[in-house]
Design a protein around this ligand. Structure first.
Ligand SMILES: Cc1ncc(C[n+]2csc(CCOP(=O)(O)OP(=O)(O)O)c2C)c(N)n1
Length: 374
């Protein structure tokens, strides 16, 4: 294992001191370390991975220096466009280090949404002609990889990727935890909303712990999972899945349980919801101001008023709750409102340590869900 501090110091020695990315659980220790120790201007938690690559490009254009862009391998998809049409040698030829968390590494048990991504991570890099190394967990070997890769990116003005295996980084607890003092956390908010839904209502829930908490709550209630579409991968797209359903099923009420990080990742989607304006679309933003599911790194959610954003994007009705009493009142208002409507719930970060994972497969869920929609 490598300590995040040692790894950071190796980069600093090579004058790599600008970071941008979207956090990942495999990079948790490193992301937490730089969140604590690097100024906000030099560690930008981007809206999405493509934005992070572009930020790195801007930094390089302005300084001539090498940025490091971090992401989970799920984020490669978001990054492909700027990687190929902005920084590639055939376009602007911009050097950068990519640091990619390898979820779904073949041979290591992981969730279904990571399997394919894990299988093709190296192949995707090959297809983009981006050389890579699996970062060794020996300090001296890692040092050598860093030295060679920085030499390479400077010489070729092009990117080089570090693939990061699970457990490479020693754990590091985020110190700069902005503590909030709301009444609820995500799980309590989800339970409260679920308790007030009707038998026939549909839920599309976002990536990360929200879907896991929803799944467990249905178990606790001895209900099936057919009412819920769990967006286990595809972060940021739950609202458009929900929109696609809402438009085809105008007689059903569709609730999207979204995260602040996920909604920020593809905010333009809110505008598409506002413009198509399905009356049966109910958007619930569980705003903990953090990428809680992968380590609690901050998002801009803390200072973002999602109700205002929704109004600008032409939602018909907006509601807000930061405590249980108001939440219970405003869910009722949300339910009876003409959509698209949005309810922002302000919550604390954090989840149960013993939170489980869906025990049914995505395909089983899809089949049950489609039956329920019929
Ligand atoms: C494209 C992509 N990038 C990154 C991730 C890793 N990831 C999974 S959940 C998550 C955090 C989601 O944050 P938010 O939507 O605010 O929900 P919270 O975890 O706070 O409930 C991240 C970054 C991912 N799955 N997909």
């Amino acid at each position: 294992m490598i300590s995040p501090r040692q790894f950071y110091n190796l980069l600093i020695d090579k004058e790599v001191d600008f970071f941008a990315g979207v956090p990942d659980s495999l990079l948790k220790g490193f992301c937490a370390y730089i969140t604590d120790n690097v100024s906000q201007k030099n560690n930008i938690i981007a809206a999405n991975e493509g934005g992070a690559v572009a930020l790195g490009a801007g930094y390089h254009l302005a300084t001539g220096r090498i940025p490091l862009i971090y992401m989970q391998n799920s984020g490669i998809g978001n990054a492909i466009n700027p990687l190929l049409s902005l920084i590639d040698n055939k376009v602007y030829s911009i050097p950068m280090i990519l640091m990619i968390g390898w979820r779904g590494e073949p041979g290591i048990k992981d969730e279904p949404q990571h399997i394919k991504q894990g299988e093709v991570t190296a192949k995707l890099l090959d297809a983009m002609s981006i050389p890579y190394e699996i970062l060794p967990d020996d300090y001296n070997k890692a040092k050598e990889v860093i030295r060679k890769s920085i030499y390479y990116v400077k010489l070729n003005n092009s990117p080089f990727a570090f693939i990061i295996r699970d457990n490479l980084f020693e754990s590091y607890e985020l110190q700069n935890k902005e503590k909030t003092d709301f009444e609820m956390n995500r799980e309590v908010a989800i339970k409260t909303v679920v308790d007030s839904l009707e038998m026939d209502d549909i839920v599309v829930s976002t990536t990360g712990k929200a879907s896991r908490e929803l799944f467990e709550y249905r178990n606790q209630l001895n209900q099936g999972h057919e009412k819920d579409f769990l967006t286990v991968g595809s972060m940021g797209h739950a609202s458009q899945i929900a929109l696609g359903i809402a438009l085809q099923k105008p007689d059903r009420q569709i609730y999207c349980f979204d995260g602040d990080g996920a909604a920020i990742m593809h905010t333009g989607s809110l505008g598409i919801i506002g413009s198509l304006a399905p009356k049966n679309f109910k958007h619930i933003i569980l705003n903990n101001g953090a990428h809680d599911s992968v380590g609690g790194q901050p998002t801009i959610g803390t200072n973002l008023d999602f109700t205002r954003l929704a109004k600008v994007f032409n939602y018909k009705n907006v509601f807000f709750a930061d405590n249980m009493l108001i939440l219970k009142e405003n869910i009722l208002k949300l339910k009876s409102s003409e959509g698209p409507s949005l309810l922002e719930i302000k919550i604390n970060k954090g989840a149960r340590k013993d939170l489980g994972r869906p025990s049914t497969t995505p395909i089983e869920n899809k089949i049950d869900f489609m039956k329920f929609l019929e």
